[in-house]
Write a protein of this length. Structure first.
Length: 175
């Protein structure tokens, strides 16, 4: 009986060691965080107490000021669905939302703003099978809002080069 108890305790101790936990949740090469670039998209993943936090993103900025006009951040996709946030610069009519499009074709209805924070305004994003398929084969994701000052539409285009690779890599890292 004492041998079985000791073996059970030894097994529990082994499972509770940081080395075992690191094997379960570690990133390639045992890293605790990594960033990769796939075309125009960046993949980032980190390991913390709550597990892995992985996602992919892209920012389009104003080359004259260096400030971001649009940032798309998507969490690790699950069950053929990718969710995240779109951050826009200030100056857009909130009641109009933003219209997304791929290569000139609208991607559903205009999406409403959620709120504004110190760095811009947030729009929740959710892409399902059909939208993800379009993103994977498209050339440009267009984000169109309506300017507050003159009521005219303004469009920022994000290249989709590397979207599929970033999507697939994020899924792989999040496992």
């Amino acid at each position: 009986m004492g041998v079985v108890k000791n073996l059970a305790l030894a097994a529990l101790a082994l499972l509770a060691t940081p080395a075992y936990a690191q094997d379960v949740a570690a990133l390639p090469g045992g890293a605790s965080a990594l960033q990769e670039v796939h075309g125009s998209w960046s993949v980032s993943c980190s390991v913390g107490e709550a597990g892995k936090d992985c996602g992919f993103s892209q920012a389009a900025g104003n080359p004259q000021t260096g400030s971001a006009l649009v940032v798309v951040e998507l969490a690790a996709p699950a069950a053929n669905k990718a969710e995240g946030m779109l951050l826009t610069a200030f100056g857009l009519r909130l009641d109009a939302g933003v219209q997304l499009g791929i290569d000139g074709q609208p991607l559903g209805a205009a999406r409403p703003f959620l709120t504004c924070i110190s760095s811009g305004c947030l729009v929740p994003m959710s892409f399902e099978d059909v939208e993800l398929s379009a993103l994977k084969v498209g050339q440009k994701l267009n984000v169109t809002g309506v300017r507050v000052d003159d009521g005219k539409p303004v469009t920022v285009s994000l290249p989709l080069s590397g979207f599929t690779a970033a999507y697939d890599r994020t899924v792989e890292l999040a496992k």
